[in-house]
Design a protein. Structure first.
Length: 264
């Protein structure tokens, strides 16, 4: 139970000070109670099905995401880092309810929700910059050349294409004020949306994700606001020369440029 609620109940005379101390201790114990999740008891096949990673890959992922051995949430819940990672992966792997996760992790749904939100925010705040620009330490000229060859081997007439760009709409509840309603409303889908621009590599990795932007914006406007074209044009890796630069493939929504090629 929330401490503020307990204090309010004590001030109103619903409980005395002794009961306040006792209930506060029980609340803290509930927050620090270990769950029933034990990775050692889960087979490698179940790991792949539930979390989309093998056991060995989970440990590599925990190290790569710099998730500590013990995580402390803003609501003072304590959860092992590996359990927090598995909770995050399970929740994101496919749609599931918190009551379903209770059976796997042995924790109250409120605790699971707060731990999930804390872990998601932790990863986002630490690595969100890796999704906002095509210029990354792990993307070099050899990587781009490998991607271009993979696209070309599939029969593409474009020999320097290294990714596929498109926009996506995420429906939201109708905003309360009229100005926000108007800018988020998309006449194409007849709903209020937020829009994102994503770029996927031939290997299946979504290595750029920009947004959110209002749903009424066109895909081409989202691309312009994202600065992706400018970053590609100014990068010596993406554009070593005007004749040999790499480019992305987009649908008819995008105007053909040296950085984005449309359908033939």
């Amino acid at each position: 139970m929330d401490k503020k609620l307990l204090v309010a109940m004590c001030e109103e005379g619903d409980i005395d000070e002794e009961e306040l101390v006792h209930l506060s201790q029980l609340s803290e114990q509930a927050k620090m109670r270990p769950g029933d999740f034990d990775l050692d008891t889960i087979s490698n096949q179940v790991c792949l099905e539930d979390f989309r990673f093998s056991k060995s890959q989970l440990f590599l992922l925990q190290h790569a995401l710099e998730i500590p051995d013990i995580m402390y949430t803003d609501s003072h819940h304590i959860i092992p880092g590996m359990e927090a990672l598995c909770l995050l992966l399970k929740r994101l792997a496919f749609p599931n309810r918190l009551c379903d996760l209770e059976k796997i992790f042995g924790r109250n749904r409120t605790v699971l929700s707060r731990c999930f939100n804390h872990t998601l925010k932790y990863v986002h705040d630490k690595f969100c910059g890796r999704l906002e620009t095509p210029v990354q330490p792990w993307i070099d000229a050899d990587t781009l050349e490998l991607w271009a060859q993979a696209v070309s081997r599939k029969g593409s007439p474009y020999d320097r294409c290294v990714g596929f760009i498109d926009g996506t709409n995420i429906e939201i509840c109708r905003p309360s004020d009229y100005a926000t309603q108007k800018i988020c409303y998309t006449g194409y889908k007849k709903e209020h949306d937020l829009k994102y621009t994503g770029v996927m590599a031939p290997c299946g990795i979504m290595f750029i994700m920009c947004g959110p932007e209002p749903g009424s914006f066109h895909d081409a406007k989202l691309l312009y606001r994202s600065q992706i074209l400018t970053q590609m044009r100014e990068s010596p890796i993406w554009t070593p020369t005007l004749e040999s630069g790499f480019y992305l493939y987009g649908d008819q929504a995008y105007k053909s440029t040296p950085q984005v090629i449309g359908p033939i």
